[in-house]
Design a protein. Structure first.
Length: 173
């Protein structure tokens, strides 16, 4: 397997984030896959898509992964989605798991829709990616261990599991 992983600088010190792009082949170079893992801030998102164009010489990202919804990881992904063709998005969507979450956190003072809106508001950067993918008809895959429905060659999600992910979300609420 041939691969290249590029970590782009985002911020400084404690105000840093992640913006990672990679390309790899599993078949000796006949097919290359380009991926983005987190996009940093909007500024680093600009650098990220330019890096992919300049060094990978493509306008296509086979998969985009949002590891978590913080601004310094998610907001730059919106730029990548606007500037390049993204084929798949892998992310956690807590607003989609509302049935599971609601029965474990409800205290009778909130509705399911109210809780869903709270999750959307608290994860606004990730939700923007979700909405853009939906609008552009880009498939969204829930990135949990053992789920390989995204058909991305040589990519295996090691964690978290569905339950392991939801427990901190529930505790946060």
């Amino acid at each position: 397997m041939d691969y290249e992983i590029d970590f782009l600088p985002v911020g400084e010190g404690e105000r840093s984030g992640d913006a990672i792009c990679l390309r790899y082949t599993c078949d000796g170079g006949a097919s290359w896959y380009v991926g983005v893992i987190d996009g940093g801030t909007k500024d680093s998102g600009e650098q990220l898509f330019q890096h992919i164009r300049d060094f990978y010489q493509t306008e296509v990202v086979d998969f985009l992964i949002c590891t978590h919804p913080d601004q310094d990881h998610a907001s730059g992904l919106s730029v990548v989605m606007e500037e390049l063709t993204v084929r798949r998005v892998l992310m956690h969507c807590p607003w989609d798991y509302i049935d599971h979450i609601f029965m474990r956190v409800t205290a009778g003072r909130v509705t399911q829709e109210g809780l869903r809106q709270r999750l959307i508001e608290n994860h606004s950067y990730a939700y923007a990616i979700y909405e853009k993918a939906k609008a552009d008809k880009i498939p969204i895959y829930h990135a949990f261990a053992g789920h390989s429905q995204s058909d991305i060659p040589c990519l295996h999600i090691a964690g978290p599991t569905y339950d392991y992910y939801l427990n901190p979300v529930i505790n946060f609420l």
